[in-house]
Design a protein around this ligand. Sequence first.
Ligand code: HEC
Ligand code: HEC
Ligand code: HEC
Ligand code: HEC
Ligand code: HEC
Ligand code: HEC
Ligand code: HEC
Length: 415
Amino acid sequence: MPGRIKIEIPKIHVEDCQIGPAAEKPGRIAKRRAACERFSMVALAAVLSLQTSTAAAQLSTQDHLAEPGFWPTQDQPSRASFAGPESCVRCHASRASQTETPMAQNMIPAASAEILHTHPALASSANKFDYRIETGVNAAIYSVAGGGQRSSYALMWAFGTGRVAQSYLFKKEDGGFYEARASFFTNLKTLDFTPGRALTSPTGIAEAMYRPVGQAEVQRCFACHATAANIDGQFDEKHLIPGVTCEACHGPGASHASAMDQRAGNESATAKPGIFNPGDLLPADAVDFCGACHSSFWDVKLSGGKGDSTTRSAPYRLVTSKCWGTGDARLTCTACHDPHKQLDNEASAYDAICRSCHVNKRGEKTTASHPGVACPKAVKNCTDCHMEKVYVPEMHANFTDHRIRIVHPGEAFPE
Ligand code: HEC
Ligand code: HEC
Ligand code: HEC
Ligand code: HEC
Ligand code: HEC
Ligand code: HEC
Ligand code: HEC
């Protein structure tokens, strides 16, 4: 064994499982308690093996899914329980902008992918193989040639709006799914190896061209990139709703929609809304909620994630910020991002969030409501300097490091 490992066993007291200061709704308390009880086991095991004691109130996605109630990426018993986003926006017009966001639009049939139509003849080569994607009116054809062989297939699904990249799945004669070894990268404006799938010496054209994606993995891809993809344990490719739409985050809503329809004509009705409202979650859970797809702290830790690439997980990095402490509603994902709207690219848009905790004048005393000291350098555009852009090589792009901190030029990536 390399060196001696000092193991710190965390003290898990009843207080660790106590509910935050705000008056909670009964449902929330029950959920939080259940989470805490199970957390002890998970955290203990994880701390023993990984020697970390940060993010004490967080859970892995698997643990959240094991609890009663809705959680994103969950398998649902019936397709008929979904109403579809058109139904939701009929009554919730103020949230209709969600349908235009990258989350909602991140997955489409490859034949209609705009990126492919704007680049109808993509080509690149690696390891003596030539890769092409040729897109016409009705199809996008992926072909690979090398070593005297050539193979081609029609691409089926395009993943990603191309904020940084777009990857493709196709089917072979055997009916199984395959991931194209080549993806489109926005910064390169051409094809390169699909993130995490680079090869240096493929054994032949098959390996050079694709990676077989088993059923369980297919279900996971679609659970994060689509809505209503997994029904009763089965992948329902025919009826899935491409993209992260309302019910991916609010749970199946057909019964809510029909209950609300009936309520409209009945003033005295007092039925519960019957739909999941993530606004009710406690801060630690609220961050894990987005982490169901963006990877929660424990999802990354337990899978051994390390280094620059972990900046792809905002939930993982955020909860290790000193600012986060043990969780604070002023710093959940939705404090900075309205998931129903476009991402704001102006640093100034985030200043009010920082100021909700940091005093703004040098020397000004901190208070219970403003526990953060003032910045000695600036009074605005906080995120420009304290949320570093980190280059993630396999994505050929920068991600925003959600570990809020003093960035020291030239320092090693802070794990
Ligand atoms: C017929 C109109 C109608 C339709 C269709 C509808 N809603 Fe609602 N929804 C309402 C009304 C009215 C409320 C407010 C209920 C209340 O506060 O008592 C509501 C409340 C909600 C809430 C808040 C629940 C809470 O606990 O505070 C969410 C979230 C929501 N709807 C999401 C959706 C989604 C997602 C869909 C589509 C699957 C949808 N709604 C379809 C009328 C509708
Ligand atoms: C645990 C949920 C999850 C799974 C499983 C998953 N993804 Fe993603 N994927 C995300 C999230 C969240 C993002 C956005 C953040 C990022 O780029 O890392 C993303 C980003 C991407 C992007 C870049 C999108 C862009 O616009 O730049 C591609 C391409 C992609 N995923 C393809 C896939 C494919 C193909 C699979 C299955 C083989 C897959 N993903 C599985 C959650 C997931
Ligand atoms: C069901 C899976 C899922 C859930 C839950 C989810 N996301 Fe995402 N999110 C994605 C995927 C996939 C993308 C990549 C979209 C793309 O291709 O650009 C993404 C992208 C984003 C982006 C980048 C948008 C842009 O302009 O590039 C933001 C910001 C974001 N998500 C915030 C959130 C927040 C906040 C929450 C929690 C309230 C959340 N997400 C929950 C799947 C999810
Ligand atoms: C990526 C996850 C995500 C998606 C997709 C999403 N929402 Fe939400 N929604 C949230 C979160 C988180 C909240 C609570 C925080 C907030 O109010 O922004 C919320 C809140 C709401 C509320 C307000 C509940 C209240 O407290 O009054 C309504 C209504 C709603 N969403 C409707 C929709 C509709 C309709 C769609 C689809 C067009 C949609 N949402 C898509 C995450 C999502
Ligand atoms: C204190 C404010 C703040 C909080 C809290 C926050 N973000 Fe961000 N986020 C930002 C800023 C700033 C950017 C960069 C926006 C830009 O310039 O494009 C960003 C960008 C992103 C992106 C786009 C990809 C990237 O890395 O640039 C995603 C996805 C994202 N955030 C998800 C989340 C999720 C999920 C959470 C909760 C765990 C979260 N954010 C919490 C401020 C915040
Ligand atoms: C929920 C309250 C809260 C919010 C919101 C918040 N902070 Fe903080 N932040 C703190 C507290 C408390 C500390 C001091 C932690 C300590 O040193 O013990 C801190 C520490 C810091 C530090 C010093 C960290 C270090 O590495 O020593 C920086 C820099 C910082 N915050 C910047 C920001 C910026 C920028 C924002 C907005 C993007 C922000 N904070 C939002 C509470 C907050
Ligand atoms: C131009 C870059 C820049 C901007 C913009 C900026 N900061 Fe800073 N900040 C710094 C640097 C550099 C330090 C470290 C100073 C030092 O160690 O002498 C720092 C230090 C801090 C600290 C730690 C102070 C201490 O005494 O421990 C906090 C907290 C902080 N900044 C918060 C903020 C907030 C909040 C904003 C927005 C209102 C902000 N910063 C805007 C560069 C910046």
